[in-house]
Design a protein around this ligand. Structure first.
Ligand code: TA6
Length: 301
């Protein structure tokens, strides 16, 4: 992190609470330390890599083999998918999950209200984004670190034409052992199964992960609970303005092919992604905005 960048960030810092420091790969990050929690968010991709409420173990999974450079997404934490999810339907050469997870975002503000610290970052359309996508947009991301983790992704159509897009808060949740974890809150919800040619299926009961799992749960606005008997905790994700939830674990075979995931680390993670993807993509008129929110809370099991 060069001194100029460091200087430009000083104005936002709250001494002893939220400081901009050099993170992995020399990438700048905001380090949050309060009596309620510790947390980290990188400017690279506005990527949260840690949230640990006091008295709790780390809630987010971060790969020991993650890449830390401008050209790659960080493996773990909460990457942001935008303006498309997974591969771009009309261009297989385009970066998976869009381009904002590998973009350097700008700090907008850091504020402390009672027990929580909110870090606000933004990014906008520019030459690099127009290489892949012609639209004009502004994204604002507010991450609130406290006894709960609050995430808000605001999308503003700053152009003169409609702005159709997909979005996901692609959160990697840390678990003791994926085989013992269970997801509740998706019973009776239809999903498309990416491991089975996107066949439509119906969820019955809890979700147990017993093989590669890659599902888009459709038309669901409900909360999801991750029950982890090994870490003796329940992680509850409540969301707003989100009509799909993606659940993903690569399992053994796929994980073997991922150079940025450590051996056997697939057993310690599950992605629960508050999102608007597939047939629930958002479409904004010029000047309009849309804000998707997620709130993560941990309690004892
Ligand atoms: O969210 C699930 C998914 O779309 C999977 O299909 C898998 O590819 C995963 O995202 C990770 O994608 P990435 O581009 O980060 O390797």
């Amino acid at each position: 992190m060069n001194t100029e960048v460091a200087e430009s960030h000083r104005q936002f810092e709250i001494a002893g609470v939220a400081e901009v420091v050099e993170g992995n790969g020399g990438l700048p990050k905001v380090q949050i330390t309060t009596p309620e929690c510790i947390g980290e968010i990188y400017l690279h991709g506005a990527h949260i890599t840690s949230w640990k409420p006091s008295g709790e173990e780390e809630v987010l999974f971060l790969s020991s083999q993650s890449r830390w450079d401008e050209g790659h997404a960080i493996r773990g934490g909460v990457p942001i998918s935008f303006p498309w999810f997974a591969s771009k339907s009309d261009d297989p050469t385009a970066p998976a999950h869009g381009f904002v997870r590998t973009k350097a975002w700008q700090l907008e503000s850091i504020s402390q209200v009672e027990r929580a610290v909110t870090v606000s970052m933004f990014t906008e359309s520019d030459e690099s984004t127009k290489r892949w996508w012609p639209a004009d947009f502004r994204l604002v991301y507010r991450a609130t670190f406290g006894p709960e983790l609050g995430l808000e992704l605001q999308v503003i159509n700053t152009g003169r034409t409609r702005l159709p897009f997909e979005e996901a808060l692609h959160a990697y949740h840390r678990v003791g052992n994926i085989r013992d974890a269970r997801l509740r809150g998706l019973h009776g919800v239809q999903y498309s199964d990416k491991t089975d040619s996107n066949c439509k299926k119906m969820q019955r009961g809890e979700v147990a992960i017993i093989a590669e799992t890659d599902r888009i749960y459709l038309d669901t606005t409900g909360a999801v609970e991750l029950h982890d008997p090994v870490m003796h905790r329940v992680t509850r994700v409540v969301k707003e303005n989100s009509r799909t939830t993606v659940v993903w674990n690569p399992w053994v075979q796929k994980a073997r092919g991922m150079s940025d995931l450590g051996d056997n680390e697939w057993t310690q993670m599950v992605c629960i992604e508050s999102s608007n993807v597939s047939s629930f993509a958002v479409d904004l008129a010029p000047g309009q905005q849309h804000t998707m929110k997620a709130l993560v809370r941990v309690s004892k099991l």
